[in-house]
Design a protein around this ligand. Structure first.
Ligand code: ZN
Length: 332
């Protein structure tokens, strides 16, 4: 079948109308896309920031739509089901990672922008094992950012196995951070949010966090040893030492974004107090289901502005110049 959408043909280029051929395999589903986000990560793919973008590129790795057709082996999804689709599109289901249920580490996984075309299109064909039925309580537009940003922060938080009532911090209150605040708050933790943008203090407080202006270094000193867990959503270089110092003994810091620059760390801050640092990106299929259920139960929502898909180039320019409050979703 032929899929119509928009593609970027060269590094940093504009989105142009584009068609590509796709067949529906026995384990695949054809999904009519109703909503897809356009995020900072899509701009990085358009600009080939990681060096692995395949052009022509159909970006968009947070997708919601309705199942239109199913392959012969798909039994748990049916035409009309509303599903969410994220960055990962395929896995081998046989390797040591897949058999342990951590398919996001599969060496033969396929992902949008590198191996597959994404959500800036009318349809997508995806393995039914990577299309997740949306709980009915979830609104399509405000749930779109959950499929990659939400999964990334949720899986990173769950890995810390925090006892309820932990003292936690979120670094950054953007696309990833605003969801991390909500998850941590609804899990019952006390959430402090460090951001350089005083204009976000109202939003942070509405989502359940206490706002701290991190552009004032004196404020950072007040929090030494204050947190059991910190999640950093920052994609620019920052003072890692200053935040590791804020951890309690055995405290954990999770990085869910990758600054292109190197971060420096004094090793003594880890071995003297058994603190640890780890990273996380997306999550497993089981974590996706769990994240969507948690979001439905606790009313987790992305803060989104919605624009029509036809205005895609305007959307790309606005995300590029950071002229979006938090997240942009294209519908239609
Ligand atoms: Zn595998």
């Amino acid at each position: 079948m032929q899929i119509r959408g928009y593609a970027i043909n060269d590094v940093g280029g504009r989105a142009e109308p584009f068609r590509y051929e796709r067949t529906l395999g026995s384990s695949d589903v054809l999904v009519k896309i109703t909503h897809r986000s356009l995020a900072r990560g899509d701009i990085q793919f358009i600009d080939n920031a990681w060096g692995d973008t395949r052009f022509p590129l159909v970006p968009g790795h947070e997708i919601i739509g309705l199942v239109e057709e199913t392959g012969s082996e798909v039994t748990d999804l049916h035409a009309g089901d509303r599903v969410g689709i994220g960055y990962q599109q395929a896995a081998c289901f046989e390797c040591s990672f897949c058999t342990r249920g951590i398919e996001q580490l599969c060496a033969s996984q396929e992902v949008i922008a590198v191996d597959r075309h994404g959500g800036l299109a009318e349809h997508i064909v995806v393995d039914g094992r990577f299309a997740f039925r949306l709980p009915p309580q979830l609104d399509s537009a405000t749930s779109t950012p959950l499929l990659s940003s939400g999964l990334t922060v949720y899986a990173g938080i769950v890995r810390a196995r925090l006892p309820a009532g932990s003292r936690v911090a979120v670094l950054g209150a953007g696309g990833l951070g605003h969801l991390a605040i909500q998850f941590l708050y609804k899990m019952g933790h006390g959430v402090t949010v460090f951001s350089h943008s005083p204009s976000k203090s109202g939003l942070v407080e509405r989502l359940g966090g206490a706002f701290v202006d991190s552009s004032d270094p004196r404020r950072l000193k007040e929090y030494q040893g204050a947190f059991d867990f910190i999640v950093s959503t920052l994609n620019v270089a920052f003072d890692l030492d200053a935040f590791v110092r804020m951890l309690t003994p055995q405290g954990q810091l999770c990085l869910v974004a990758s600054p292109l620059e190197r971060l420096s760390l004094s090793g003594g801050q880890l071995n003297n107090s058994r603190r640890s640092i780890y990273g996380n990106y997306i999550g497993s299929r089981a974590e996706t289901v769990s994240m969507l259920e948690f979001s439905a139960t606790h009313g987790i929502k992305g803060v989104v502005e919605v624009m029509p898909l036809a205005r895609v180039n305007e959307a790309i320019e606005r995300v590029r110049r950071r002229d979006v409050e938090i997240a942009l979703v294209l519908d239609g």
